[in-house]
Design a binder for this molecule. Structure first.
Ligand code: IMP
Ligand code: MG
Length: 176
């Protein structure tokens, strides 16, 4: 499969413009204070970098790698922290930066863990959201784009670890 099998859903220029809007909004909301970004690996990294560049208040950044178990019948430990944060978030204005919120499972399990570490404030910013797919109610403050229920790649999002580097959001067209 090569890149010609990708149908563009959101052009690079649209994504860039929307990240600019989000950056401006966040800069306004946090005026006079500082922001600690938690980038959720791997998918969130492209968006987090572009967003951080457009925020005008002082920013620090840390990374977390979590894997969520798909099976909702597992009663505990539904999210596995593969790589934890390097720094404490206590007393900080935390902004979780995600590539996409799909079922909401990952954040549903991660949020209480992070809230337990006593940040001053914690909000979520996601580039994409698929509202139709939501199984867990998550309060998301900043959403780049609401998209229909299609599997997308690019801008950090992968299909079998590929296509993360595409500078736009596309849909993988599978061959019949
Ligand atoms: P959740 O269902 O909200 O927990 O989303 C879990 C993760 O699934 C996201 O962080 C993405 O890494 C991945 N994911 C969900 N939808 C897509 C998609 O359309 N393309 C690529 N990855 C996706
Ligand atoms: Mg992912």
């Amino acid at each position: 499969m090569n890149n010609s099998d990708i149908r563009v859903m959101l052009e690079e220029s649209e994504v860039d413009a929307r990240i600019g809007d989000l950056g401006a909004q966040i800069s306004k909301d946090y005026e006079g204070s500082e922001l600690h970004i938690i980038c959720i690996l791997k998918g969130g990294v492209f968006f987090a970098c572009e967003l951080a560049k457009r925020i005008t208040v002082p920013v620090s950044i840390d990374f977390m790698y979590v894997s969520s178990y798909g099976n909702s019948t597992v009663s505990s430990g539904n999210v596995k922290i593969v790589k934890d944060l390097d720094e404490s978030i206590e007393g900080k204005n935390v902004l979780i930066v995600e590539d996409i919120i799909d079922s909401g499972r990952t954040l549903h399990h991660l949020l209480p863990i992070l809230k337990g570490r006593k940040p001053k404030k914690i909000e979520i910013c996601t580039l994409l959201s698929k509202p139709e797919r939501r199984e867990f109610d998550i309060d998301v403050k900043y959403v780049g784009f609401k998209i229909p229920d299609e599997f997308v790649v690019g801008y950090g999002l992968d299909f079998e670890q590929k296509y993360r580097n595409l500078p736009y959001i596309g849909v993988v067209e599978t061959e019949e």
